[in-house]
Design a protein around this ligand. Structure first.
Ligand code: KG4
Length: 349
């Protein structure tokens, strides 16, 4: 079964072809980062205009590179929620046109649920069975979900303030690093720990997150850490070796925030008894986080899955076509006037 995926919820325009929900044939993504980096964040109007310019070209290129014609598609899938309204509209209109002209069933899907399904494109995870715990760490979300079936998803933990990716972006701004912040902080942290392998907790400038483990609640919060980082930089303005300081703070910021992630995963496993954890979102591209997760998995005998290919962690259309396959098999197709929404709800029907 051949499916086309369209993603345009934020700042990536992407088109993909997927076979039987598990084989990625082609994924063609254009990242708008260069257009937004001067503003250190995504500008909605720029984003929708860029989608309008790029989506058709990405589609043409995908078809000509694979030799596939639109009439061969079994379904066309598009992310219709959540995200930037104008941006979602661009992808939705393209999906509607393809569906109308070639009489192909339309499968609108939730972008967040798609992040949690993309691991099925990698062979070792194609067999994952429900229920699962889904952990999303991206620019807009730090949340844990309980997923019992396709579309049957409930949120069990959220952030009180920033999403983790957003916290990385803001931290990078404080440290005078580039945008997006995640990869810049990761690079600085890597260099720092290679040069300072003895650096341990007792040397930390930054405080631990949620020092007292009193909170039974499973929740994320990064604003305290961000403020601590800001003050640490201000208080050390006169320090001669600013490069070392930035490296150290980057390393500590990662270490402390990832501790909260692993702690919340463990708490969720203990609270629900579910030992299959599926993760997705841009922050999962971070190699230090992957090491912490692999360790957690081994130490506590929990199956933790995240996309091995880093490009599948960030926004892409492969995940949309993948989730579309499972929804299509459940008969969840919609008419041309399917709804779109900036906010997410998991059950569409
Ligand atoms: O899922 P995603 O591509 O899209 C949005 O949510 O918009 O996530 C983007 C976020 C950004 O905030 C970025 O700083 C973060 O993911 N990110 C990372 C890394 N690569 C991207 N965070 C930490 N380490 C990384 N290597």
């Amino acid at each position: 079964m051949l499916g086309l995926g369209i993603e345009s919820t934020c700042d990536e325009s992407s088109i993909a072809l997927v076979e039987d929900g598990k084989k990625l044939i082609y994924c063609n993504t254009y990242s708008q980062i260069k257009q937004h980096e001067v503003y250190r964040g995504v500008v909605p109007e720029i984003a929708s205009r860029a989608h309008l310019e790029k989506l058709n070209h990405l589609l043409d290129e995908t078809l000509s590179k694979t030799g596939i014609h639109l009439s061969q598609l079994d379904y066309v899938s598009v992310a219709n929620q959540p995200g930037l309204m104008g941006s979602i509209m661009m992808g939705a209109q393209l999906a509607r046109c393809i569906s109308f002209v070639h009489t192909i069933p339309l499968v609108p899907v939730n972008h967040l649920e798609a992040h949690l399904s993309v691991i099925r494109l990698e062979e070792e995870n194609s067999d994952v069975e429900f229920p699962i715990l889904g952990v999303l760490l991206s620019g807009g979300n730090s949340a844990i979900f309980l997923q019992r079936d396709w579309g049957d998803v409930s949120k069990i933990a959220d952030t009180l303030d920033d999403a983790l990716g957003e916290a990385f972006d803001k931290a990078a701004a404080i440290l005078n690093l580039g945008y997006p912040g995640g990869p810049c902080i990761e690079k600085e942290a890597e260099i720092f720990i290679i040069n300072n392998p003895q650096h341990s907790r007792k040397d930390f400038i930054l405080p631990r997150l949620l020092k007292s483990d009193s909170a039974d609640k499973i929740q994320f919060s990064f604003s305290g850490l961000k403020t601590a980082l800001l003050y640490a930089m201000r208080e050390r303005e006169q320090e001669v070796d600013q490069a070392r300081l930035i490296g150290q703070l980057s390393y500590e910021f990662q270490k402390v925030s990832f501790e909260l992630v692993t702690r919340n995963i463990l708490k969720s496993v203990q609270a629900t008894g579910i030992r299959s954890v599926v993760m997705g979102g841009g922050v999962l591209a971070n190699s230090a986080l992957r090491i912490e997760l692999d360790k957690l998995s081994q130490d506590h005998k929990v199956r933790i899955m995240y996309p091995k290919s880093k490009f599948l962690c960030t926004d892409n259309a492969a995940m949309i076509a993948c989730l579309g396959y499972y929804k299509f098999r459940k008969g969840q197709t919609f008419a041309l006037d399917f709804p779109i929404s900036p906010r997410g709800q998991f059950t569409l029907n």
